[in-house]
Design a protein around this ligand. Sequence first.
Ligand code: NAG
Ligand code: NAG
Ligand code: NAG
Ligand code: NAG
Ligand code: NAG
Ligand code: NAG
Ligand code: NAG
Ligand code: NAG
Ligand code: NAG
Ligand code: NAG
Ligand code: NAG
Ligand code: NAG
Length: 395
Amino acid sequence: MIKSISISSALIVGLLAALASNHLIPFSPLLTLNEIYDYSDLASFTSSVLSYLRPVSRRHHHWHHDDTKERTSVCDNFPPNFPPPDTNTTSTFCVDSRGCCNFTTVQAAVNAVANFSQKRNILWINSGIYLEKIIIPKTKPNITFQGQGFTSTAIVWNDTANSSNGTFYSGSVQVFGANFIAKNISFMNVAPIPRPGDVGAQAVAIRISGDQAAFWGCGFFGAQDTLHDDRGRHYFKDCYIQGSIDFIFGNAKSFYESCQLTSMANPVLPGQKVINGAVTAQGRASADENSGFAFVNCSLGGSGRIWLGRAWRPFSRVVFAYSTMSDIIAPEGWNDFNDPNKDPNIFYGEYMCTGGGANMTMRASYAQRLNETQASPFLNASFIDADQWLQPFSL
Ligand SMILES: *[C@@H]1O[C@H](CO)[C@@H](O)[C@H](O)[C@H]1NC(C)=O
Ligand SMILES: *[C@@H]1O[C@H](CO)[C@@H](O)[C@H](O)[C@H]1NC(C)=O
Ligand SMILES: *[C@@H]1O[C@H](CO)[C@@H](O)[C@H](O)[C@H]1NC(C)=O
Ligand SMILES: *[C@@H]1O[C@H](CO)[C@@H](O)[C@H](O)[C@H]1NC(C)=O
Ligand SMILES: *[C@@H]1O[C@H](CO)[C@@H](O)[C@H](O)[C@H]1NC(C)=O
Ligand SMILES: *[C@@H]1O[C@H](CO)[C@@H](O)[C@H](O)[C@H]1NC(C)=O
Ligand SMILES: *[C@@H]1O[C@H](CO)[C@@H](O)[C@H](O)[C@H]1NC(C)=O
Ligand SMILES: *[C@@H]1O[C@H](CO)[C@@H](O)[C@H](O)[C@H]1NC(C)=O
Ligand SMILES: *[C@@H]1O[C@H](CO)[C@@H](O)[C@H](O)[C@H]1NC(C)=O
Ligand SMILES: *[C@@H]1O[C@H](CO)[C@@H](O)[C@H](O)[C@H]1NC(C)=O
Ligand SMILES: *[C@@H]1O[C@H](CO)[C@@H](O)[C@H](O)[C@H]1NC(C)=O
Ligand SMILES: *[C@@H]1O[C@H](CO)[C@@H](O)[C@H](O)[C@H]1NC(C)=O
C-alpha cells in the first residue's frame, strides 16, 4: 500500500458513500472498503469503479421496472421546489446522474446555457460521479458548478496527452468561458499514474483558460499535470490539490488561499538523492507577462521528495507565504529546469513559511527570502484584482 491511498482515502470513502447512496453499486456491493485498500493507487481503484458502473448502467435497460422503483425512493429525498425558477439575474440547471431532475450529465446542462449569457447560470450538481469529459466554450461565461462537497460530487475522466491532442487537451474539464465558479466539487483525472520515464502519460484534471474564475472548497485529483492553471486571473480557497510532477502548472495569475497541496509522488528512502516531483511549473515566459502563482496559508505535504517549483519558462514566478511545508520539500527548494540562463529572471520567493520543508539554508541561489515589502503584492487577493470581480462565497 502506498501513501497516496491514505492521502486520498477521504475522497475514496466519499466517492464510495456517494456511489452506495446512489445505488450505483449493485445490491451486494462488489467492492468493500477492505478490497479498496488493496488497490495500489487511486487510478486502478477508480478504473475498477468505472468497470462496475458500466454493467450497472446497462442494468437500467434490462431491469427497468426495478429501476423505476429505486428512482422513486431515491428522488423522494430531493429538495422540494427545486430547482428554483429563473430570476432576472440567475438561472438554475439541475443535474442528477440518476435522472431525478432535468439533466443527467453536466455537459448537457452546459449545452443548455445560453451563449453569452449575462446571468449567473448555476449548474446544481447532485452527489455522484459524473463520468464525462466536459468543455465550457468561450461563448459561455458566467457558469457556476455547485457540487455537494468535494468528497461527494466528482467529475471524472481519464484522457492522457497520448489519448488526446497533447497534455493541453487531456483535461477532464476544460473551461474557456470567463467568470467560471466552482464550489464543493472535485475534478479528477484517473488515467494510470505515470511510471518513471513514461512519455505521453500526462493527465490533466481541469484546464482553466477563462479569466476571473473562482474555486471554493474544490478537489483536484491527478498525478502529473493535475491542475492546468492556464491563463487569466483565478482564485482558489479551501481547495485540496493532489498530484506528483508539476501538478499546478500554467501561465495564469492565481491566488491560492488556505489550500491543501498533497504530493503523491512515490516515497523516497532516507539518503536517496532522487527528486520525483514538483508542486508548480509556472509558465511566465517574459518580463511583459503579468502571471504568477501566490500561495498563502496553504499546507504542503504528502509523499516523495519534491521541489516547490521548476521553471517551465524563463520568467517563472511563484511565492509561498504563511504556509507550512513538510520535509518532503528538497532542501534546494526550487529548480531552474537545468538551465542556469533562467536564474536571473526566475522569481521564486518564500515568506514566513514554517515546517521541516521551509528551512531556506540550502535553497537554490535564485530563491529569495522575501521581506515584507517584497512579499506584500502576493499576500492578498489584490494580486488578482479581486476587488474588480471576485464575489463572496455565499453569492
Ligand atoms: C430584477 O428584478 C428585481 C426585482 O425582482 C428588480 O428590482 C430589478 O430592477 C430587476 N433588474 C433588471 C435588470 O431587470
Ligand atoms: C428543463 O430543461 C428544459 C430544457 O432546457 C427547460 O425548458 C425546462 O424549463 C427545464 N425545467 C426545469 C425544471 O429546470
Ligand atoms: C450556442 O452557440 C452554438 C454555436 O453557435 C450553437 O450551436 C448552440 O446551439 C448555441 N447554444 C444555445 C443554448 O443557444
Ligand atoms: C457575465 O459575464 C460578463 C462578461 O464575462 C460580465 O461582464 C458579467 O458581469 C457577468 N455577469 C454575471 C452575473 O456574472
Ligand atoms: C463548501 O465549500 C465551502 C468553502 O470552502 C466550505 O466552507 C463548505 O463547508 C463546503 N460545503 C460542503 C457541503 O462541503
Ligand atoms: C480510460 O478508461 C477506459 C475504461 O476503463 C479504458 O478503456 C481506456 O483505455 C482508458 N484510457 C486511458 C487513456 O487510460
Ligand atoms: C491540437 O494541438 C495543437 C497544438 O497544441 C493545436 O494547435 C491544435 O489547435 C489542437 N487541435 C485541436 C483539434 O484541438
Ligand atoms: C504514448 O505514445 C508514444 C508514441 O506512440 C508511446 O511511445 C508511449 O509509450 C505512449 N505512452 C503511454 C504512457 O502509453
Ligand atoms: C489558514 O488555513 C487553515 C486551514 O485551511 C484555516 O483553518 C485557517 O482559518 C486559515 N487562516 C487564515 C488566516 O486564513
Ligand atoms: C536548517 O538547515 C540547516 C542545514 O541543513 C541546519 O544546519 C539548520 O539546523 C536547520 N535549521 C532549522 C531551524 O532546522
Ligand atoms: C526589502 O528588500 C528590497 C530588495 O532587496 C530592498 O530594496 C528593501 O529595502 C527591503 N525592505 C525592507 C523593509 O527591508
Ligand atoms: C492587499 O495588499 C495590498 C498590497 O499589495 C495592500 O495595499 C492592501 O491594503 C491589502 N488589502 C487588504 C485588504 O489587506
